[in-house]
Structure formats: C-alpha cells, structure tokens
Design a protein around this ligand. Structure first.
Ligand code: ATP
Ligand code: MG
Length: 579
C-alpha cells in the first residue's frame, strides 16, 4: 500500500496530555486521534494492528469451541435492573433517555445481555456447554481517562461467556479459557504474568488477571521469588517478614499527652522517636454505597493500621461485603464523627465500627489520636480501651513480605491488565431466571463464567513493552505492515520501477508492504519509518541502485544488510522468520 493513500500524518511533538511512551508514540505516529477525552479514532494503520490481534483471538477461541455473536451496545434499563447493576455500576454506566423517555445505557459489559440472549434458547442440559463471545465496543464513563487506549471511555473488548450444567463443568470451561488466553498472549509475543485478582463488580469467586509487565502499568503485582504464587496487590495477603514478632509487654496505664502540630505519622515518629511501625493510625471510610439516592447518611467505619502500612480498599470492601471499594471521609466528615480533625483521631470511645488490621493486633501499649485536636493517647490496647468489630488483613502487602505459599518472599512488578477471567457461578442466572432442565427434569440455574480481553488496551500495551527512543518496535504478530519501503527518489523512474517490483514480490510472498512514496528527503522518511515501527525497512536510493544494492534494515536493532535487488525477498523472509 502507498503512504499517499493511507492518510498518515506524523508529528515531532506529543500532546501535553500524553504521559507515557506508548501514548506519545501512538499520537506522534498519527495512529490515534482524540475526538473527546477518552474517545479516539483509530487510524488505518492502527486498525490493521487491532484487526490482526482480533484475528489471533478468534483463531484461539474458535479452536476451543467458542461461538462468535454481536450484541447491542445500547441496553434498556430493565435488563440491568434485573441484576441490580443499574445502580451498583454507579456513574461508570452512561445512561440516557430516548424520545419516549425510556432509560437506556451504553454497554459497559455484557453479562446481562448475553444471559438474556441465551435464556430464551437453552432449555435442557443437552444444550450445554456453550461459550459465546463477541469483539465489540464498550463504553465506560471513566472518571479520569488517561494514557490513551489504556484507560479510555470507548474501547474494543473481546468478551466471552460460558454456560454449563454444574460447577465442575463451569470450572473446566474456566480452565479452557485460561489456557486459550495463555496461548493468545504468548502468540502476541508479550511478557506477561497471570495473577490472582479481585472480581470487582462483575462478581464471582475465582478470577485471574493477565498482566503485561511494564513500568507504566497502573496495577501493582506481587510475585513470589520461589513459587508460582502471583497476585494483584489488591488481593495479595499481607504476611510480615519473620522479624515482626508479637509484643509480650503487659498493659500499661493509658495516658493522654499533648502533641501540638504533630499530625502525620512521620511527624509523630520523629518527635517521639518511635518507629512508624509502632504507631497506629486511624482512617475513616463511608460504607454507604449511595445506591439509594434518598439515603444521604454516612455509615462511617474506622480502620486501624500500623503507621507505615497502607490501607487496601479492595480488602476492606471484601471484608465488609461491599459491592465497591469504600470512599474515605472528608476532613469535615471526620471532624463530625470524632470531634477532631484528621491527625488527632483514634479508636478510644469511638461510637462507630472499628476494623483492625492484623498488623496492629501484634502491638501493645501503642499510640493513637485522642479524638481531641492536638492530643494523643499512649499505652492504648485493644480489648481494654476499645473493642474491634473485626480483626482482618486490611493492608497492602509489599515487596519483601512472605509469600503465602510458604516459599520465598514477594517481589513487586508493575502491570497492565489486558485480560481477566472470572468464574461467576449462578450470580446472574439466578437473578435473571436463566435455567435449564437437568437429567432429572428439574430446573437448575446455569453455571456461568465470563472472560474479557481489552483489545485496544493490549495493542497499546504491546507498544509500551516494545519501543525505543526513536519510536515503536511492533511485535511481528500485530505490526500494521511487515515491511516499510522508503523510496528515496520518487522522481527517478528506474528507481520507482524497482520499488514496485520489490513491493510486488514481497506481497506475492505473503508479506504486507507500506511504500513511502512521498517526495520527501531521506532523513524525514527514515525518521518516520523508525517512529511507525514496522519490523523491516527497505531503503531504495539512486546511489544503491547504481551499485546494485538495496538496504534492508531491522527495526529492532537497526542492523543494516546490503543485498542485491533479486535477493531482497529471501532476505526479508528470513529476517521476519527470526523475529
Ligand atoms: P480496570 O481494573 O483496568 O478498570 P476492569 O477490571 O474494570 O479494568 P474488566 O471488567 O475486567 O476491566 O474488563 C475486561 C478488560 O477490558 C480488562 O482486562 C481491560 O483489558 C479492558 N478494559 C477495562 N476498562 C478499560 C478501559 N477503561 N480502557 C481500555 N480497556 C479497558
Ligand atoms: Mg478486570
């Protein structure tokens, strides 16, 4: 294909809102154009990559018996009300009314739609198993879209849904999809980890995320140094290194003391010369999820943590059985609940539920805020001075913590969540009366699983993992074209004849070729070729032509091979094969 037909417009500068390399390169290469925050047009070149990734996904899914369909993007509210997610999804679900004042939303996910689709058809255990998928646009009204296709509002997802007669079969379907995902991301050629994860508001009990490793990733992962344990930090159990022992001290008398201007754990630790790990901080959250718009009450809870630990909102959500991670109270709300501003608050005489992290349960005679501005209490002990509603693991695990498998310690990585598999059980089928008749003629709810791949996010993740200072280095699996020919003098008829011949021969051998046919200087063309990142560049110039030489350059390592025109195809094929 000719550059002049492709609508390619590169630029030297990246826009100010592009923070990470892959986003900058996509915009600079003209691959991506913003229409509104989180909403993009994909250029012809990017679409070629997206389509290639989709083809790879289809190949693996069709191989294991999945069936492709295409469901609507616009859903009626009644469908989502059946499962309660019309309200539970919160503001992420974009809702609107049509001309008849009926409510609809743009699909953020399709559990409801697919369950509705199959419940009319599946009657008997003989209809099972089924695995139905689609590759389609999703809309999520993300609060802060950023990083281009990584966290956008409109994006392409592959979503699959399995239906089985019982749990054992449903777990088999889960394993099958797990294996298919492994094959998909391996064929893509990316470095990834499979980690235990939280089910979010999709629900379900068993779930794994597929994470592409990259420093710019939004997710924190903890991976064992010696076993195959790997988890998203959201769910990784926090187990202290062995050095942290339970205190054997006896309870001392509680004492109030002034701490003017000492508000943070760091300030207290320095002024009192006490380790942060021996100070206890109190954080406040609201468990009112706002599903009932009339209920404006706060429903506050307190969380106790050691000074150096961070609260894990997903663990708090799971311990309390909430649908979404809770939000922290504002300073004003904390003042209303405790009588003091944050920094001077603590659990003693607090009239709200108190959840204590397991790390704090090892401490005795600790220091907390006195619920009076400028004062703290020392020698505070649970059971004597306050009663914890529950003691649980509520903190973020961190690098160096012990691995839950008992072998090794945890090492931290950053990741981009590209895929997610869930075992759902009967969460949706029960609420939506999606049943089948079992062998005894008894109606049973269908056992379900759901499986997503962020198609557009993955394509950008590939760039995040594979680029250099000059531009993108596409993995062969999803490169828009295999070969980029730079025609260095478009007015030279003889040269252009050779360009056409090389293009023709390469295409005849099954390779995809982009020809830069612009009347531009070689330097401009080379820079653009590096930026766009096709695996192989061929440069055909007048001087080379005289010498009977064509340059074949590998994008990955910039190695230059000078070959005769008639050897180009064989050379390119062998280089591509090695990639
Ligand atoms: P995240 O935690 O990143 O918000 P999620 O867990 O809500 O994602 P899922 O419901 O598991 O997402 O969706 C399946 C896949 O869709 C994700 O693994 C991810 O690759 C992709 N995806 C989700 N949200 C976005 C988004 N805002 N932009 C691009 N891709 C997304
Ligand atoms: Mg997810």
């Amino acid at each position: 294909m000719k550059w002049s037909q492709c609508h390619i417009y590169t630029s030297k500068e990246a826009p100010a809102d592009a923070e990470i390399a892959s986003h900058k390169l996509l915009v600079r290469g003209g691959y991506l154009k913003k229409l509104a925050p989180g909403i993009y047009t994909y250029s012809h070149l990017l679409l070629r990559s997206i389509r290639k990734f989709e083809a790879l996904i289809r190949d693996e899914l069709n191989r294991c018996g999945c069936t492709e369909v295409l469901m609507p993007v616009v859903h009626p509210s009644s469908l989502w009300e059946e499962t309660g997610r019309w309200t539970e999804m919160g503001a992420g679900l974009l809702k609107f009314q049509n001309r008849n004042q009926h409510w609809f939303c743009l699909a953020a996910t399709h559990e409801e739609a697919v369950t509705d689709y199959i419940r009319h058809d599946i009657k008997s255990y003989r209809d099972l198993p089924r695995n139905i998928y689609q590759i389609q646009t999703k809309y999520r009204d993300e609060i802060r879209p950023r990083f281009g296709l990584m966290r956008c509002r409109e994006f392409i997802m592959k979503d699959a849904y399995s239906f089985d007669a019982n749990q054992a079969d449903a777990l088999k379907s889960y394993e099958q999809m797990y294996a298919a995902y492994k094959a998909i991301f391996s064929r893509l050629g990316l470095e990834f980890r499979i980690v235990q994860a939280d089910a979010g508001n999709i629900g379900g009990s068993q779930t794994h995320e597929f994470q592409v490793l990259a420093e710019a990733g939004e997710d924190s992962l903890l991976v064992s140094t010696s076993s195959d344990f790997a988890a998203n930090i959201e769910v990784a159990p926090a187990i202290d290194p062995e050095s942290v022992k339970e205190s054997t001290e006896v309870f001392l008398p509680i004492e109030k003391f002034p701490t003017p201007n000492l508000k943070t754990i760091a300030q207290l630790s320095e002024a009192l010369q006490i380790k942060k790990s021996e100070l206890v901080k109190t954080l406040f959250y609201s468990t009112n999820e706002g599903f009932d718009p009339k209920d404006k009450s706060l429903k506050p809870i307190a969380i106790l943590l050691r000074g150096e630990d961070d609260a894990n909102p997903v663990k708090i959500k799971n311990v309390l059985g909430l649908v979404n991670p809770p939000l922290m109270l504002t300073d004003e709300e904390v003042k209303e609940v405790t009588g003091a501003w944050p920094g001077s608050c603590g659990p003693v005489e607090l009239k709200i539920p108190i959840y204590m992290d397991t790390g704090v349960s090892k401490l005795k005679n600790f220091i907390v805020g006195a619920n009076e501005d400028g004062f703290h209490l020392k020698n505070v002990n649970e059971s004597r001075d306050f009663k914890a509603t529950q003691i649980a693991d509520l903190r973020m695990a961190k690098e160096g913590d012990l691995c839950p498998s008992g072998q090794g310690v945890l090492k931290a990585y950053r990741g981009i969540e590209v895929g997610h598999v869930f075992y759902l059980g009967t969460k949706y089928s029960k609420k939506m009366q999606a049943t089948f008749l079992d062998k005894n003629g008894k109606a049973q709810p269908l056992e379900m699983g759901c499986y997503g791949i962020g198609v557009t996010r993955t394509v950008q993740a590939a760039i995040e993992q594979s680029h250099d200072v000059d531009g993108i280095v596409w993995p062969k699996s999803i490169a828009p074209f295999h070969v980029h020919i730079c025609a260095l003098d478009v007015k030279n008829e003889k040269l252009m004849a050779l360009v056409r011949q090389v293009e023709y021969e390469l295409e005849a051998s099954g390779l995809e070729v982009l020809v830069d046919d612009r009347d531009e200087r070689p330097g401009v063309k080379f820079k653009d070729a590096d930026l766009l990142g096709m695996p192989i560049r061929i440069s055909i110039g007048a001087r080379g032509l005289e010498a009977g030489e064509v340059e074949v350059v590998e994008r990955k390592n910039k190695v230059v091979h000078k070959v005769a025109p008639q050897e180009v195809v064989a050379k390119v094929q062998s280089l591509i094969k090695e990639l």
